[in-house]
Design a protein around this ligand. Sequence first.
Ligand code: 8OZ
Length: 368
Amino acid sequence: MTTAAAAEADILFSPFELGYLRLPNRIVMAPLTRSRATKDTLAPNDLNAEYYAQRASAGLIISEATQITQEGQGYVWTPGIYSEAQVEGWRKVTNAVHAEGGLIFIQLWHVGRVSHVSLQPGGGAPVAPSAIPAKTQTFLASGRADVSTPRALRLDEIPRIIAEYKTAAENAKRAGFDGVEIHGANGYLIDQFLKDGTNKRTDSYGGPIENRIRFALEVTDAVLSVWDKARVGIRLSPVSPANDALDSDPAKVFFPLVEALSRRGLAYIHVIEGATGGPRDIAPFDFVGLHKAFRGAYIANNAYTRELAIETLQAGRADLIAFGKLFISNPDLVERLRENAPLNAPHLETFYGGDALGYTDYPALGDA
Ligand code: 8OZ
Protein backbone atom coordinates (compact mmCIF):
# COMPACT_ATOMS: atom_id res chain seq x y z
CA MET A 1 0.00 0.00 0.00
CA THR A 2 1.27 3.49 -0.80
CA THR A 3 1.72 5.94 2.05
CA ALA A 4 -1.06 8.10 0.61
CA ALA A 5 -3.50 5.17 0.54
CA ALA A 6 -2.57 4.27 4.10
CA ALA A 7 -3.07 7.87 5.23
CA GLU A 8 -6.48 7.95 3.53
CA ALA A 9 -7.52 4.92 5.55
CA ASP A 10 -6.31 6.47 8.83
CA ILE A 11 -9.76 7.85 9.58
CA LEU A 12 -11.09 4.28 9.95
CA PHE A 13 -8.55 3.67 12.69
CA SER A 14 -8.93 6.96 14.52
CA PRO A 15 -10.47 6.73 18.00
CA PHE A 16 -14.01 7.93 18.62
CA GLU A 17 -15.66 9.15 21.82
CA LEU A 18 -19.07 7.50 22.03
CA GLY A 19 -20.55 9.10 25.12
CA TYR A 20 -17.67 8.60 27.53
CA LEU A 21 -16.58 5.32 25.96
CA ARG A 22 -13.44 5.61 23.89
CA LEU A 23 -13.68 3.41 20.82
CA PRO A 24 -10.23 2.60 19.40
CA ASN A 25 -11.48 2.70 15.80
CA ARG A 26 -14.57 3.48 13.72
CA ILE A 27 -15.40 -0.13 12.88
CA VAL A 28 -18.48 -1.62 14.54
CA MET A 29 -19.48 -5.28 14.48
CA ALA A 30 -23.15 -5.24 13.45
CA PRO A 31 -25.68 -7.38 15.32
CA LEU A 32 -25.76 -10.81 13.65
CA THR A 33 -28.25 -13.60 14.33
CA ARG A 34 -26.31 -16.89 14.43
CA SER A 35 -28.80 -19.18 16.27
CA ARG A 36 -26.24 -21.01 18.36
CA ALA A 37 -27.43 -20.45 21.93
CA THR A 38 -27.67 -23.49 24.20
CA LYS A 39 -30.77 -25.29 22.95
CA ASP A 40 -32.70 -25.95 26.16
CA THR A 41 -31.97 -22.68 27.99
CA LEU A 42 -31.33 -20.26 25.10
CA ALA A 43 -28.34 -19.10 27.16
CA PRO A 44 -25.05 -18.11 25.53
CA ASN A 45 -22.28 -20.65 26.02
CA ASP A 46 -18.48 -21.01 25.81
CA LEU A 47 -18.53 -21.29 22.01
CA ASN A 48 -20.49 -18.03 21.76
CA ALA A 49 -17.97 -16.38 24.12
CA GLU A 50 -15.08 -17.56 21.94
CA TYR A 51 -16.79 -16.20 18.80
CA TYR A 52 -17.27 -12.73 20.29
CA ALA A 53 -13.79 -12.66 21.86
CA GLN A 54 -12.28 -13.42 18.43
CA ARG A 55 -13.94 -10.22 17.15
CA ALA A 56 -13.01 -7.97 20.11
CA SER A 57 -10.74 -5.72 18.01
CA ALA A 58 -13.89 -4.06 16.64
CA GLY A 59 -14.29 -0.53 17.98
CA LEU A 60 -17.63 -1.74 19.36
CA ILE A 61 -19.45 -5.08 19.15
CA ILE A 62 -23.25 -5.09 19.03
CA SER A 63 -24.50 -8.49 20.16
CA GLU A 64 -26.80 -10.59 18.05
CA ALA A 65 -30.47 -9.73 18.55
CA THR A 66 -31.51 -11.05 21.96
CA GLN A 67 -35.15 -11.57 22.90
CA ILE A 68 -36.41 -9.86 26.04
CA THR A 69 -39.00 -12.60 26.68
CA GLN A 70 -40.14 -15.89 25.17
CA GLU A 71 -42.95 -13.94 23.47
CA GLY A 72 -40.23 -11.80 21.85
CA GLN A 73 -38.60 -14.83 20.18
CA GLY A 74 -39.15 -15.45 16.49
CA TYR A 75 -36.47 -17.94 15.46
CA VAL A 76 -35.15 -21.16 16.96
CA TRP A 77 -32.00 -21.07 19.17
CA THR A 78 -31.64 -17.30 19.44
CA PRO A 79 -30.43 -16.18 22.87
CA GLY A 80 -32.58 -14.51 25.50
CA ILE A 81 -31.89 -12.14 28.40
CA TYR A 82 -34.83 -13.01 30.67
CA SER A 83 -33.56 -15.97 32.74
CA GLU A 84 -30.72 -16.28 35.23
CA ALA A 85 -29.06 -18.91 33.03
CA GLN A 86 -29.09 -16.42 30.16
CA VAL A 87 -27.62 -13.64 32.33
CA GLU A 88 -24.88 -16.06 33.42
CA GLY A 89 -24.24 -17.07 29.82
CA TRP A 90 -23.97 -13.47 28.67
CA ARG A 91 -21.57 -12.75 31.53
CA LYS A 92 -19.21 -15.33 30.00
CA VAL A 93 -19.44 -13.44 26.72
CA THR A 94 -18.87 -9.96 28.18
CA ASN A 95 -15.96 -11.23 30.32
CA ALA A 96 -14.34 -12.84 27.28
CA VAL A 97 -14.71 -9.68 25.17
CA HIS A 98 -13.42 -7.45 27.98
CA ALA A 99 -10.44 -9.76 28.52
CA GLU A 100 -9.48 -9.05 24.90
CA GLY A 101 -9.91 -5.30 25.42
CA GLY A 102 -13.22 -5.02 23.54
CA LEU A 103 -16.54 -3.29 24.19
CA ILE A 104 -19.93 -4.95 23.72
CA PHE A 105 -23.52 -3.66 23.73
CA ILE A 106 -26.50 -6.00 23.81
CA GLN A 107 -29.21 -5.68 21.18
CA LEU A 108 -32.64 -5.96 22.86
CA TRP A 109 -35.24 -7.58 20.64
CA HIS A 110 -38.94 -8.32 20.48
CA VAL A 111 -39.95 -9.81 17.12
CA GLY A 112 -43.68 -8.99 17.41
CA ARG A 113 -45.47 -10.74 14.54
CA VAL A 114 -42.32 -12.30 13.03
CA SER A 115 -42.71 -15.54 14.97
CA HIS A 116 -44.37 -18.91 14.96
CA VAL A 117 -46.88 -20.43 17.37
CA SER A 118 -44.41 -23.26 18.13
CA LEU A 119 -42.03 -20.70 19.71
CA GLN A 120 -44.67 -18.79 21.67
CA PRO A 121 -45.71 -19.31 25.30
CA GLY A 122 -48.53 -21.87 25.36
CA GLY A 123 -48.43 -22.16 21.58
CA GLY A 124 -50.35 -18.88 21.28
CA ALA A 125 -50.39 -16.39 18.43
CA PRO A 126 -47.48 -13.94 18.18
CA VAL A 127 -48.38 -10.36 19.15
CA ALA A 128 -48.33 -7.27 16.94
CA PRO A 129 -49.78 -3.76 16.75
CA SER A 130 -52.41 -5.13 14.33
CA ALA A 131 -53.52 -8.66 13.36
CA ILE A 132 -51.88 -8.58 9.92
CA PRO A 133 -49.74 -11.58 8.97
CA ALA A 134 -46.26 -10.84 7.64
CA LYS A 135 -45.27 -12.22 4.26
CA THR A 136 -41.99 -13.53 5.59
CA GLN A 137 -40.40 -16.70 6.90
CA THR A 138 -38.69 -17.82 10.06
CA PHE A 139 -36.32 -20.68 10.95
CA LEU A 140 -37.55 -23.48 13.17
CA ALA A 141 -35.74 -26.67 14.24
CA SER A 142 -37.51 -28.29 11.28
CA GLY A 143 -36.28 -25.65 8.82
CA ARG A 144 -37.86 -22.63 7.14
CA ALA A 145 -41.52 -21.91 7.82
CA ASP A 146 -44.03 -19.16 7.18
CA VAL A 147 -44.62 -16.98 10.23
CA SER A 148 -47.95 -17.34 12.08
CA THR A 149 -50.84 -14.89 11.95
CA PRO A 150 -50.51 -12.51 14.91
CA ARG A 151 -53.14 -11.13 17.25
CA ALA A 152 -53.35 -7.40 17.94
CA LEU A 153 -52.05 -6.29 21.33
CA ARG A 154 -54.69 -4.92 23.68
CA LEU A 155 -53.96 -1.40 24.89
CA ASP A 156 -53.65 -2.70 28.47
CA GLU A 157 -50.87 -5.15 27.47
CA ILE A 158 -48.46 -2.51 26.22
CA PRO A 159 -47.21 -1.40 29.68
CA ARG A 160 -46.34 -5.04 30.39
CA ILE A 161 -44.06 -5.19 27.31
CA ILE A 162 -42.44 -1.85 28.18
CA ALA A 163 -41.75 -3.23 31.68
CA GLU A 164 -40.19 -6.33 30.10
CA TYR A 165 -37.78 -4.14 28.13
CA LYS A 166 -36.83 -2.48 31.42
CA THR A 167 -36.20 -5.84 33.12
CA ALA A 168 -34.12 -6.96 30.14
CA ALA A 169 -32.08 -3.74 30.36
CA GLU A 170 -31.46 -4.46 34.06
CA ASN A 171 -30.45 -8.03 33.24
CA ALA A 172 -28.05 -6.73 30.59
CA LYS A 173 -26.40 -4.53 33.20
CA ARG A 174 -25.97 -7.50 35.53
CA ALA A 175 -24.51 -9.50 32.63
CA GLY A 176 -21.69 -6.95 32.28
CA PHE A 177 -22.55 -5.28 28.99
CA ASP A 178 -21.14 -1.84 28.19
CA GLY A 179 -24.46 -0.58 26.87
CA VAL A 180 -27.70 -1.36 25.08
CA GLU A 181 -28.89 -1.10 21.50
CA ILE A 182 -32.67 -1.14 21.06
CA HIS A 183 -33.64 -3.16 17.98
CA GLY A 184 -36.03 -0.80 16.23
CA ALA A 185 -35.35 -2.12 12.73
CA ASN A 186 -36.12 -4.87 10.22
CA GLY A 187 -39.85 -5.24 10.69
CA TYR A 188 -39.81 -6.41 14.31
CA LEU A 189 -42.15 -5.12 17.02
CA ILE A 190 -40.91 -1.52 17.32
CA ASP A 191 -40.74 -1.11 13.53
CA GLN A 192 -44.24 -2.66 13.26
CA PHE A 193 -45.55 0.18 15.44
CA LEU A 194 -43.65 2.81 13.42
CA LYS A 195 -44.80 1.87 9.93
CA ASP A 196 -48.31 2.41 8.59
CA GLY A 197 -48.33 -0.85 6.62
CA THR A 198 -48.21 -2.83 9.89
CA ASN A 199 -49.88 -0.44 12.34
CA LYS A 200 -53.61 0.08 11.77
CA ARG A 201 -54.43 0.89 15.41
CA THR A 202 -56.98 3.53 16.22
CA ASP A 203 -55.86 4.08 19.83
CA SER A 204 -52.99 6.22 21.16
CA TYR A 205 -50.39 3.89 19.52
CA GLY A 206 -51.66 4.18 15.95
CA GLY A 207 -52.64 6.70 13.31
CA PRO A 208 -50.89 10.08 13.66
CA ILE A 209 -47.08 10.12 13.72
CA GLU A 210 -46.87 11.05 17.41
CA ASN A 211 -48.89 7.91 18.17
CA ARG A 212 -46.86 5.59 15.95
CA ILE A 213 -43.56 6.72 17.51
CA ARG A 214 -44.97 6.40 21.06
CA PHE A 215 -44.04 2.73 21.55
CA ALA A 216 -40.42 3.29 20.39
CA LEU A 217 -40.08 6.26 22.74
CA GLU A 218 -41.62 4.43 25.70
CA VAL A 219 -39.21 1.52 25.17
CA THR A 220 -36.35 4.03 24.96
CA ASP A 221 -37.46 5.76 28.16
CA ALA A 222 -37.69 2.40 29.95
CA VAL A 223 -34.11 1.57 28.93
CA LEU A 224 -32.99 5.09 29.90
CA SER A 225 -34.45 4.54 33.37
CA VAL A 226 -31.80 1.80 33.81
CA TRP A 227 -28.85 2.93 31.68
CA ASP A 228 -27.05 6.26 31.30
CA LYS A 229 -28.05 7.85 27.98
CA ALA A 230 -24.40 7.76 26.89
CA ARG A 231 -24.69 3.96 26.76
CA VAL A 232 -27.91 3.61 24.80
CA GLY A 233 -28.45 3.52 21.05
CA ILE A 234 -31.14 2.36 18.65
CA ARG A 235 -31.12 0.63 15.27
CA LEU A 236 -33.53 1.81 12.59
CA SER A 237 -34.28 0.80 9.01
CA PRO A 238 -36.50 3.56 7.58
CA VAL A 239 -36.89 2.24 4.03
CA SER A 240 -36.09 -1.44 4.45
CA PRO A 241 -38.82 -3.85 3.37
CA ALA A 242 -37.36 -6.49 5.71
CA ASN A 243 -40.03 -8.76 7.13
CA ASP A 244 -42.75 -7.01 5.15
CA ALA A 245 -42.87 -3.80 7.22
CA LEU A 246 -43.46 -0.86 4.90
CA ASP A 247 -44.38 2.75 5.36
CA SER A 248 -46.04 4.99 2.79
CA ASP A 249 -43.84 8.00 3.73
CA PRO A 250 -40.89 7.00 5.95
CA ALA A 251 -39.43 10.52 6.28
CA LYS A 252 -42.64 11.66 8.00
CA VAL A 253 -42.11 9.04 10.74
CA PHE A 254 -38.36 8.75 11.08
CA PHE A 255 -37.44 12.44 11.26
CA PRO A 256 -39.79 13.18 14.21
CA LEU A 257 -38.65 9.94 15.87
CA VAL A 258 -34.96 10.79 15.51
CA GLU A 259 -35.56 14.36 16.71
CA ALA A 260 -37.29 12.99 19.82
CA LEU A 261 -34.41 10.55 20.40
CA SER A 262 -31.94 13.40 19.95
CA ARG A 263 -33.71 15.44 22.66
CA ARG A 264 -33.28 12.45 24.98
CA GLY A 265 -29.51 12.55 24.40
CA LEU A 266 -29.19 8.99 23.09
CA ALA A 267 -25.58 8.02 22.30
CA TYR A 268 -26.26 6.90 18.75
CA ILE A 269 -28.61 5.95 15.96
CA HIS A 270 -27.56 2.93 13.89
CA VAL A 271 -29.14 3.22 10.49
CA ILE A 272 -29.58 0.51 7.87
CA GLU A 273 -29.35 2.50 4.66
CA GLY A 274 -31.58 0.87 2.04
CA ALA A 275 -32.86 -2.70 2.08
CA THR A 276 -31.40 -4.83 4.88
CA GLY A 277 -28.64 -6.93 3.35
CA GLY A 278 -29.76 -5.72 -0.08
CA PRO A 279 -29.56 -2.68 -2.35
CA ARG A 280 -28.62 0.62 -0.71
CA ASP A 281 -30.75 2.55 -3.22
CA ILE A 282 -34.07 0.71 -2.87
CA ALA A 283 -35.95 3.96 -2.16
CA PRO A 284 -34.95 7.61 -1.93
CA PHE A 285 -34.27 8.75 1.63
CA ASP A 286 -32.26 11.63 3.07
CA PHE A 287 -29.90 9.74 5.37
CA VAL A 288 -27.56 12.74 5.52
CA GLY A 289 -30.48 14.84 6.76
CA LEU A 290 -31.38 12.18 9.34
CA HIS A 291 -27.78 12.28 10.58
CA LYS A 292 -27.98 16.08 10.86
CA ALA A 293 -31.26 15.83 12.80
CA PHE A 294 -29.50 13.82 15.53
CA ARG A 295 -27.01 15.27 18.04
CA GLY A 296 -25.35 11.98 18.96
CA ALA A 297 -23.29 9.62 16.84
CA TYR A 298 -24.46 8.12 13.55
CA ILE A 299 -23.53 4.51 12.79
CA ALA A 300 -24.01 3.70 9.12
CA ASN A 301 -24.70 0.17 7.94
CA ASN A 302 -25.45 -1.80 4.81
CA ALA A 303 -23.11 -3.13 2.17
CA TYR A 304 -20.18 -0.95 3.22
CA THR A 305 -16.82 -1.77 1.67
CA ARG A 306 -13.48 -0.46 2.92
CA GLU A 307 -13.54 2.17 0.21
CA LEU A 308 -17.10 3.35 0.86
CA ALA A 309 -16.44 3.39 4.61
CA ILE A 310 -13.39 5.63 4.23
CA GLU A 311 -15.20 7.94 1.79
CA THR A 312 -18.26 8.18 4.07
CA LEU A 313 -16.21 8.97 7.18
CA GLN A 314 -14.11 11.52 5.32
CA ALA A 315 -17.22 13.26 4.01
CA GLY A 316 -18.63 13.41 7.56
CA ARG A 317 -21.68 11.38 6.53
CA ALA A 318 -21.19 8.95 9.45
CA ASP A 319 -19.14 8.65 12.64
CA LEU A 320 -18.89 4.87 12.69
CA ILE A 321 -19.44 2.12 10.12
CA ALA A 322 -21.04 -1.22 11.04
CA PHE A 323 -20.02 -4.31 9.09
CA GLY A 324 -22.13 -7.47 9.30
CA LYS A 325 -21.37 -10.36 6.98
CA LEU A 326 -17.69 -9.41 6.75
CA PHE A 327 -17.41 -9.83 10.54
CA ILE A 328 -18.90 -13.32 10.26
CA SER A 329 -16.07 -14.44 8.00
CA ASN A 330 -13.23 -12.23 9.27
CA PRO A 331 -12.63 -12.33 13.02
CA ASP A 332 -9.74 -9.89 12.47
CA LEU A 333 -11.67 -7.60 10.12
CA VAL A 334 -10.09 -4.51 11.71
CA GLU A 335 -6.57 -5.78 11.01
CA ARG A 336 -7.49 -6.81 7.47
CA LEU A 337 -9.00 -3.39 6.72
CA ARG A 338 -5.89 -1.74 8.16
CA GLU A 339 -3.60 -3.83 5.94
CA ASN A 340 -6.02 -3.75 3.01
CA ALA A 341 -5.61 -7.53 3.10
CA PRO A 342 -7.85 -10.01 1.27
CA LEU A 343 -11.10 -10.89 3.06
CA ASN A 344 -12.51 -14.37 3.69
CA ALA A 345 -15.88 -14.85 1.99
CA PRO A 346 -18.83 -15.69 4.30
CA HIS A 347 -20.64 -19.00 3.83
CA LEU A 348 -24.41 -18.54 3.95
CA GLU A 349 -25.12 -22.20 4.69
CA THR A 350 -23.51 -21.91 8.16
CA PHE A 351 -24.99 -18.52 9.14
CA TYR A 352 -27.83 -19.92 11.27
CA GLY A 353 -27.56 -22.83 13.68
CA GLY A 354 -24.90 -25.49 13.97
CA ASP A 355 -21.59 -25.51 15.78
CA ALA A 356 -18.06 -24.16 15.38
CA LEU A 357 -18.12 -24.79 11.63
CA GLY A 358 -18.59 -21.46 9.90
CA TYR A 359 -18.63 -19.76 13.31
CA THR A 360 -15.32 -19.77 15.17
CA ASP A 361 -13.20 -21.42 12.46
CA TYR A 362 -12.76 -18.56 9.97
CA PRO A 363 -9.01 -17.91 9.87
CA ALA A 364 -7.29 -14.75 11.00
CA LEU A 365 -4.34 -13.38 9.01
CA GLY A 366 -1.29 -15.40 9.79
CA ASP A 367 -3.21 -18.52 10.86
CA ALA A 368 -1.73 -21.61 9.29
C1 8OZ B 1 -31.47 -12.80 10.04
C2 8OZ B 1 -32.11 -13.92 10.52
C3 8OZ B 1 -32.85 -13.84 11.66
C4 8OZ B 1 -32.98 -12.64 12.33
C5 8OZ B 1 -32.57 -8.93 11.83
C6 8OZ B 1 -32.44 -10.16 13.88
O1 8OZ B 1 -32.75 -8.94 10.62
C7 8OZ B 1 -32.45 -10.21 12.57
C8 8OZ B 1 -32.34 -11.50 11.84
C9 8OZ B 1 -31.58 -11.60 10.70
O2 8OZ B 1 -32.50 -7.88 12.47
